[in-house]
Ligand binder design. Structure first.
Ligand SMILES: Nc1ncnc2c1ncn2[C@@H]1O[C@H](COP(=O)(O)OP(=O)(O)O)[C@@H](O)[C@H]1O
Ligand SMILES: [Mg+2]
Length: 240
């Protein structure tokens, strides 16, 4: 008999209801010259619905690589990622794009807003990509109001401060009401006041929407605000 454990084991305890996110033995290696470097060396984690989890660890430890994989933007060399119970690692590109659009919101460190579009148009993009109910303009107005930017709907990114751009990126990540929002160093480019604003916004959004947040951070204030931290050191979880 094989020792593979199915994810929906018939004997599974009732407490093992579907997690927001599960990673099973994630490995990532990349070619470097004639060698391969192992960036992730067997990451396991489970994050429940509604949790706010900080991913911490030294620079170069593999946090961004891990976030890219759990967001479905990058493939692991081996291992499995389940988002809301759905295995995204063995999925067609079209189906994966749909899961990303419906279930996952991503905030990149560099914001990645589209410079020619207004704040409101940037937030509406994911709503035009997939099938979503309701009016995109009503939804984008609602979200930009939630992040305190009701007065900036028509501004382009260059007309916004770093903190405001970051809040637009958060509003865009929330537009489709995803099960999980993944952020890579969301306060890394912000001064202390704007960092505190973004953090307060995450708290408020969580209270209002119950969204799951997974946030890679160097910022002790963000890590303290989380329910728990997962420490990555040299491609492995150092606590669990
Ligand atoms: N595309 C790549 N090619 C080669 N090495 C990479 C690539 N991306 C990341 N790395 C290496 O993988 C390690 C982990 O990087 P990263 O996930 O960005 O760490 P962190 O976000 O924790 O700072 C680093 O040593 C980095 O140099
Ligand atoms: Mg990083």
């Amino acid at each position: 008999m094989q020792h593979e454990t199915p994810n929906t084991a018939p004997g599974a305890a009732p407490t093992s209801a579907t997690a927001a996110l599960e990673a099973h033995d994630i490995h990532k290696s990349l070619p470097l010259g004639r060698e391969r470097i192992d960036i992730l060396k067997g990451i396991n984690l489970r994050i429940e619905h509604g949790e706010f989890v900080a991913i911490v660890g030294p620079s170069g430890s593999g946090k961004s690589t891990l976030l890219g994989i759990i967001a479905g933007l990058d493939n692991p060399t081996s291992g499995q990622v389940l988002v809301d119970g759905v295995d995204i690692t063995h999925m067609s590109e079209a189906k994966l794009a749909n899961v990303r659009n419906q279930k996952i919101g991503m905030v990149f460190q560099a914001f990645n807003l589209i410079p020619t579009l207004t704040a409101q148009e940037n937030v509406e993009i994911p709503l035009y990509v997939g099938q979503h109910r309701g009016s995109p303009s009503a939804r984008s107005t609602e979200l930009l109001t939630l992040v305190g930017l009701a007065h900036r709907l028509g501004n382009r990114p260059t007309q916004l401060s770093g903190g405001e751009q970051q809040r637009v990126a958060v509003a865009r990540a929330l537009a489709t009401n995803p099960a999980i929002v993944i952020m890579d160093e969301p306060t890394g480019n912000l001064d202390q006041k704007n960092s505190e604003n973004v953090l307060q916004m995450i708290r408020d959004l969580r209270a209002a929407t119950g969204t799951t947040f997974v946030i890679a951070t160097h910022d002790p204030n963000v890590a303290r605000a989380a329910d728990r931290s997962i420490r990555i050191v040299d491609g492995l979880v150092a606590n669990s």
